[in-house]
Design a protein around this ligand. Structure first.
Ligand SMILES: C[S@@+](CC[C@H](N)C(=O)[O-])C[C@H]1O[C@@H](n2cnc3c(N)ncnc32)[C@H](O)[C@@H]1O
Length: 253
């Protein structure tokens, strides 16, 4: 197993090639299944174009659930005994993924709420303005999981890290890529620092623009990642890896 590699592969089949108990942490930011093929219109705002990424479009809810069950069901086997998995979701998908995480027999440890105060208003005005994403944390074993309380506290300016993350979604020009669902770097760094140790191996099934990979490199963790879209690898991930390598192990978390 060659470490620190990004593979243009479907994570569902790539995971089958990994040996048992080989990774300390899985950070998964999967499709939420919120994309629509067509834009929709609204009397006062005209046509509203939402997410329409091909990788996020599923034929039906049961197709999305099948997809989720398939990748989730393989995660326990590849985790080390003291390993954890963190999965991102929105207010709908998080409950679906949790159902399949429960099926694996892993242990529920927590739920992080990322509040984005700078989220846009709800254009339909038929519901709340969505401003939060959620991350569920499961451990493979009932005891012995990794949680670096003191490092997280330092990262959080000396205050104990809460499970409520108040982090604006707006990115600097330097951080921003054109990937539609790029996570803010701070979110990835907190997960890497909090749930793994230096030199540990982290698997990132849905690499996207490479945010979690960057957090691994800058914090001295080993990593393996999969991403299906070739252009994301070429345009976003590879350049981010190169930049992060230049500052490798700049942190002492
Ligand atoms: C929500 S995005 C991840 C964003 C990432 N956290 C970031 O900050 O850039 C999900 C990514 O998973 C990729 N993807 C979707 N299905 C996949 C699969 N079966 N295997 C690997 N990658 C997949 C998509 O192309 C997309 O880039």
């Amino acid at each position: 197993m060659e470490l620190n590699q990004i593979y243009q592969r479907d994570c569902r089949e790539y995971m089958q090639s990994l040996p048992d108990a080989c990774v300390s942490l899985i950070i998964a930011d999967p499709p939420y299944g919120i994309s629509k093929q067509k834009a929709f219109s609204d009397r006062s705002h005209g046509v509203i174009t939402g997410m329409s990424e091909s990788w996020d479009i599923f034929g039906s809810d049961s197709e999305y659930c099948d997809f989720t069950r398939k990748w989730v069901s393989q995660t326990k086997r590849i985790l080390k005994e003291n390993g954890s998995i963190i999965v991102w979701g929105n207010y709908i998908s998080i409950f679906k993924v949790q159902k399949y995480l429960e099926e694996t027999g892993m242990y529920y440890k927590g739920l992080i709420t990322w509040v984005k105060r700078d989220s846009p208003p709800n254009a339909t005005r038929r519901s709340y303005a969505l401003s939060a994403e959620y991350a569920v944390w499961y451990c493979k074993s009932k005891t012995g999981w990794i949680f670096n309380h003191d490092n997280l506290k330092r990262l959080n300016g000396g205050k104990q890290m809460r499970d409520f993350w108040d982090i604006p979604k707006t990115m600097t020009k330097q951080e921003y890529t054109k990937h539609r669902t790029q996570k803010k770097y701070e979110t990835a760094e907190r997960l890497v620092v909090g749930h793994s140790r230096k030199g540990d191996l982290i698997y990132i099934p849905f690499a996207g623009s490479g945010t979690e990979i960057e957090a691994c490199i800058r914090n001295g963790r080993n990593w393996l990642a999969t991403e299906m879209e070739k252009s994301y690898i070429e345009d976003f991930i590879v350049p981010r890896i190169k930049t992060a390598m230049k500052m490798q192990t700049t942190t002492n978390y």
